[in-house]
Design a protein around this ligand. Structure first.
Ligand code: SF4
Length: 412
């Protein structure tokens, strides 16, 4: 296992970020926060998919009033995911006017570039920190490239212009992002917020910029770091860009919590960003969440889409079962299931997985050998291979991960 950077642990409700805790997955809702029912539903979906923290925008009075009701509804429904309030421009006013909102949130996100303009910036930032102190909440000081504190940038540009050999503009911009985060954190500490209640982020939309900024940030402080590529984009571009950036940093032990900022396709499920975050961590061997399906890409030897459908069905089934399995079958998240298209690599991959099936390729005998722990246990044939294999996977889970021996009997 790779070495993680040492960071000061921050408790957000019952969840710890940094300080040797596992890398935490978080997400953000896109409902109107004032719509209590819709927001509760989405938070529950995100939490069920594995989001350990959920951020909600608190952008106006209606949303601030909704927060305690959202918390209450979630508690009633047994969802304990801590809620993070995302504040911009008017956070100091909302936290002042709605103490129940301040209390119900487990953490406040403060963007130093959007906390107030000109002479209002410092007092309004101080007010936000005072609320965090009063309600004993942690904060994320979340700098964003797109809303960088212009006063910090102007100061660094002036200093740069006075150098005998001025640095390129891109270097000054990166430094401004880092300086904004570090100076804001320093101010928060001076205002009385302990270091173990501060998480930092410096989100950029370019992969190389993000990597450069976080490497520097990681060297210059020991605050817990929230990683994410901002405005990652849509579809495969958003996933690839986020993975490219985060993988490099995570591999160097940098990052205590991650969020994948995907633009959802219209009507698409918001939980996709949670699954991508988990898959980045799991495929890198950092943390396991759900049994992994190993499937081949298929080729001319698989002229039907039967095996693609089976791989998809098994993957969705495993995800669907995980909330229940997580409670009953410890270690099941490390299981590997192989679904392979033909005899070329099928038996080999199936033998290496915990349980695997090698489907018949075009022109092969219509039988599908199943391997469990490297040994062929059964050969499936006929029209119900998919259902029968799913059942075998269930039985494997019960017999290998069930701590209660009665589980096995119940399955028989
Ligand atoms: S296992 Fe068979 S079907 Fe799958 S990619 Fe390899 S040769 Fe093609």
């Amino acid at each position: 296992m790779m070495n993680r950077r040492d960071s000061v642990g921050v408790k957000v409700g019952e969840i710890q970020i940094g300080g040797n805790a596992p890398v935490i997955v978080q997400s953000m809702t896109n409902t109107d926060t004032a719509d209590v029912e819709g927001t509760v539903r989405q938070v529950m979906d995100l939490a069920k998919a594995g989001s350990e923290l959920v951020r909600i925008t608190v952008n106006n009075e209606e949303s601030a009033q909704a927060i305690p009701r959202i918390r209450e509804e979630l508690d009633k429904k047994g969802c304990s995911a801590p809620l993070i309030g995302d504040f911009h421009f008017n956070g100091h006013k909302l936290l002042d006017k709605y103490p129940d909102c301040a209390e119900a949130l487990a953490k406040y996100r403060i963007n130093p570039g959007n906390v107030g303009r000109g002479s209002k910036r410092d007092p309004q930032f101080a007010q936000m920190i005072e609320f965090a102190c009063r309600y004993e909440k942690p904060v994320r000081i979340g700098v964003n490239w797109g809303s960088l504190d212009q006063s910090v940038l102007a100061r660094l540009l002036d200093e740069n212009a006075r150098l005998s050999e001025p640095k390129p503009l891109s270097d000054v911009m990166r430094e401004a992002v880092i300086t904004s985060a570090l100076e804001s954190a320093e101010r928060a500490v001076l205002l009385g917020l302990p270091k173990n209640r501060i998480v930092l982020s410096c989100k950029m939309s370019g992969v190389q910029e993000l990597i450069a900024v976080y490497r520097a940030l990681a060297e210059r402080c020991d605050y817990a770091l929230h990683l994410g590529l901002t405005e990652a984009g849509m579809g495969s571009k958003g996933i690839v860009a986020s993975t490219a950036a985060l993988a490099v940093l995570l591999q160097q032990g940098i990052g205590d919590t991650i969020r994948i900022s995907l633009t959802p396709e219209p009507g698409a499920d918001r939980t996709h960003e949670v699954i991508v975050a988990q898959e980045i961590l799991q495929t890198m061997g950092i943390r396991s969440f759900t049994p992994m399906v190993i499937s081949c890409p298929g080729c001319g030897r698989t002229t039907s889409d039967y095996f693609q459908k089976l791989a998809q069905q098994i993957q969705s089934h495993l995800r669907h079962k995980m909330p229940e399995w997580r409670k009953k079958y410890s270690g099941v998240e490390d299981m590997h299931v192989a679904v392979m298209g033909c005899v070329v690599n099928g038996p080999g991959e199936s033998k290496n997985a915990n349980i695997g099936i090698s489907l018949p390729g075009t022109g092969e005998q219509p039988v599908a050998p199943v391997f469990e722990d490297g040994v062929k246990t059964v050969t499936l044939k006929g029209d119900h291979i998919a259902e029968e294999f799913q059942e075998l996977v269930e039985r494997y889970v019960i017999s290998h991960y069930g701590s209660n021996p009665g589980n096995l009997a119940a399955a028989e």
